[in-house]
Ligand binder design. Structure first.
Ligand code: AMP
Ligand code: ZN
Length: 114
């Protein structure tokens, strides 16, 4: 738990979220400002500031974030494609410094991203 971290507050139930899945390790909820018809965030329950803060011992956890994200995408019928995104650092658009994977789908995605 990191004080002043908005996602830690969601994990603790101090801030409400539209939770879609959780277990001991991860939490998935709808993004408050969706950029696509489906926009889910999958986060670890431990506070990790972002991708570059991951260590070797987190490799299983990262695999789980991806598996939970793809399971939720499948549940939502996103059979024709969706995007998994992790922003690392301010210049890449990271605004919340608690690791999170975006699951975006339900519309055609462009490449390269902006
Ligand atoms: P990033 O820009 O990659 O750091 O993504 C942070 C995401 O968190 C953004 O898409 C925000 O819309 C989302 N977000 C911020 N606060 C909340 C919240 N209270 N509940 C759900 N999503 C949030
Ligand atoms: Zn946090």
């Amino acid at each position: 738990m990191s004080q002043d971290c908005i996602f830690c507050k969601i994990i603790n139930g101090d801030i409400p979220a539209d939770v879609l899945y959780q277990d001991d390790d991860v939490l998935a909820f709808n993004d408050i400002s969706p950029q696509a018809p489906t926009h889910i965030l999958v986060i670890p329950k431990n506070h990790i500031s972002g991708p570059e803060a991951l260590g070797e011992s987190d490799e299983t956890l990262v695999g789980k974030l991806v598996r939970v994200g793809t399971d939720l995408a499948k549940e939502r019928g996103l059979t024709d494609g969706y995007r998994l995104v992790m922003n690392n650092g301010e210049r890449a658009g990271q605004t919340v410094f608690h690791l999170h994977m975006h699951v975006l789908g339900g519309r055609t995605m462009t490449w390269p991203p902006g």
